[in-house]
Design a protein around this ligand. Structure first.
Ligand code: GDP
Length: 332
């Protein structure tokens, strides 16, 4: 008898992580199903190369319309697909924006996740579930680096919503015996990162300034520091989590932090420019509350999952600048 295919259902499939995860799962022979909001059509460009491929589209990759605030549509897709693994990546993920739209952030990120868990609990064979959590659950941490045992203390609406969803994932694991995991992700970047995140804003600015299309870039707090990793590496850890014998939570981070100034230096020096000549400070990009430094400890993921990262900070920034230069060149 032919073995059942491995079937993954992915929310947030059109995002940075969703597109990398889809490529990874397809390469591993999975049938991949993605939940797509009707309104996200424009953003589906990160998947364009996959759904334009006749061998893949509707053969290995299937997109379904469903909304996180519409549980009936989600239930229908889950019942129809009967996934073996469920990767929950969807949600409004911009911390700064969550101060402007806290209610919808909580609707999708907190309650939307709970709705999915409730539907999964009702399935005859509940799939393994990975919730993409965030270091925002730690808010402004009193210990550094943070790990899986660091107390939560969110200080943004987004962090609050993620804390709710993270705790619920644990509760469903412990109270209902389900294989539910949290990936507590530190910032992870790539050429597919949205342009309103600081890494991509800087790499794109370096590329545009170098090619004469822009003169300067406006930024907020240059002394803030982040633990930045490569999104492609992080989705691999998400997959590894669901292949273990037992479910658990894992911090995904690099263990090294860099300031926005380091980012500017690395990106601009790569194209032979001095960042001080091109950066303006604009208080609109400063946050009402912002964790000054965030640093994660990836020891558990490294040891338990045997997770290895493929690039360091400098290589990451360089590959992002190169990709932006390449796109500008191709479009000129
Ligand atoms: P976040 O860590 O998830 O909020 O990711 P971001 O890339 O949006 O922000 C990372 C850090 O960069 C935060 O500490 C911001 O305050 C800081 N930052 C400084 N200037 C900017 C800017 O112009 N845009 C953004 N998005 N962040 C900035």
């Amino acid at each position: 008898m032919k073995p059942d295919p491995l079937k993954a259902l992915v929310t947030g499939i059109t995002g940075q992580d969703g597109s990398y995860l889809t490529e990874l799962l397809l390469a591993k022979g999975y049938e991949v199903h993605g939940l797509v909001r009707r309104s996200s059509t424009m953003e589906r460009s990160r998947l364009k190369h996959l759904y334009a491929d006749e061998q893949i589209n509707n053969k290995q990759l299937f997109l379904h319309y469903a909304d996180l605030d519409d549980p009936t549509t989600i239930r229908r897709v889950i019942s129809k697909v009967q996934p073996t693994e469920f990767y929950h990546l969807a949600g409004q993920s911009h911390v700064g924006l969550s101060f402007d739209i806290p209610e919808s952030t909580c609707d999708t990120t907190a309650i939307g996740t709970l709705r999915i868990m409730e539907i999964l609990r009702d399935q005859p064979h509940p799939p393994r579930f990975m919730h993409a959590s965030s270091r925002e659950i730690f808010g402004t941490p009193t210990v550094s680096p943070q790990d899986e045992n660091t107390p939560v203390n969110p200080n943004s609406p987004y962090g609050c919503a993620k804390t709710f969803a993270t705790q619920m994932t644990k509760i469903y694991r412990e109270a209902h015996g389900l294989f539910f995991c949290n990936a507590i992700c530190y910032n992870h970047e790539s050429p597919r990162r949205g342009e309103n995140f600081v890494t991509r804003k800087v790499t794109l600015a370096a590329a545009r300034i170098k090619s004469g299309q822009q003169k300067s870039v406006s930024l907020g707090d240059l002394d803030a520091a982040r633990d930045w990793g490569y999104a492609k590496d992080y989705v691999e850890a998400m997959w590894l989590m669901l292949q273990q014998d037992t479910a658990g939570d894992y911090v995904l981070a690099t263990g090294v932090s860099h300031t926005i100034k380091d980012l500017l230096e690395t990106a601009f020096a790569h194209v032979g420019l001095n960042w001080q000549d091109h950066v303006e400070i604009d208080s609109r990009f400063k946050r009402p509350a912002d964790a000054h430094e965030l640093l994660g400890n990836p020891a558990k993921a490294e040891q338990t999952l045997n997770w290895k990262r493929s690039v360091d900070f400098q290589q990451l920034v360089h590959l992002m600048v190169e990709a932006d230069l390449h796109t500008l060149d191709a479009n000129s």
